[in-house]
Design a protein around this ligand. Structure first.
Ligand code: FE
Length: 228
């Protein structure tokens, strides 16, 4: 069997060289950001193991793959671009899967660690106007998160008359409103809550809304509405 082994060996060398070149070209611009809070701040929403797994495995995996894909895109063969199948198409698909996966997790962390109280200011008025009341928003947000297969977000839809909406994204990169900016994001993939709540998603969602940090959402709202 010397020939197949030698071929395999050459193939491995080529693969190794390709990986080395890829790593050398790695843009690596997207850092794995640390959790913005200590575990104690979110202990009502997740257990300590999930706090670590969710950040170190799930989130870090998206950031690493995003960086890897960006590097591979730099050398992708554009002449072979094809909608049925091409390396370029697959890279572009997985680019948004991983980029959105990373950013949504960062927004999810940013949505937690508070006392869940919305208070009374511009964003509170906006939500009351769009949903009728804060309680009505909460009921709609939780219902939206119950029927989602991946994410639910409160977004500011800049494509209309600056309206807040609750949206669901079954996948990181499918289901959002074009022109809408996320204000509050919740992860409803099972890994986010099963270890603490099991299949009781409703209790997880109740704990989440009671733990929202509205200060960060308000900063984003202010920045977005003062853009013009
Ligand atoms: Fe997640």
């Amino acid at each position: 069997m010397p020939r197949p082994l030698r071929r395999l060996s050459n193939k491995n060398l080529l693969l190794r060289r390709h990986l080395d070149e890829t790593m050398a070209n790695l843009e690596g611009n997207h850092p794995i950001k640390p959790m913005p809070f200590a575990y104690e701040k979110v202990s009502s929403v997740m257990d300590e193991a999930t706090y670590k797994w969710h950040h170190d495995t799930h989130y870090a995996g998206y950031v690493n793959k995003r960086n890897e894909i960006e590097a591979m895109l730099k050398t992708a063969d554009l002449s072979k671009a094809n909608a049925n199948y091409s390396v370029y198409r697959e890279l572009k698909l997985e680019e948004t899967w991983n980029a959105d996966g990373a950013v949504l997790h960062e927004l999810y962390w940013d949505s937690m660690g508070g006392d869940g109280k919305l208070g009374d200011d511009e964003l509170a008025k906006r939500i009351a106007e769009d949903f009728g009341s804060f309680d009505a928003w909460k009921a709609d947000f939780m219902a939206c998160a119950k029927v989602s297969r991946g994410w639910t977000a409160l977004v500011l839809d800049m494509s209309t008359d600056v309206k807040t909406r609750n949206v669901l994204l079954d996948f990181h990169n499918i289901g959002g409103f074009v022109g809408a900016m996320p204000l509050i994001v919740v992860d409803v993939y099972e890994h986010a809550y099963y270890h603490k709540f099991g299949p009781d998603r409703a209790s997880y969602l109740q704990a989440f809304v009671d733990n929202i940090d509205w200060a960060k959402a308000k900063n984003r709202y202010k920045a977005l509405t003062n853009m013009g």
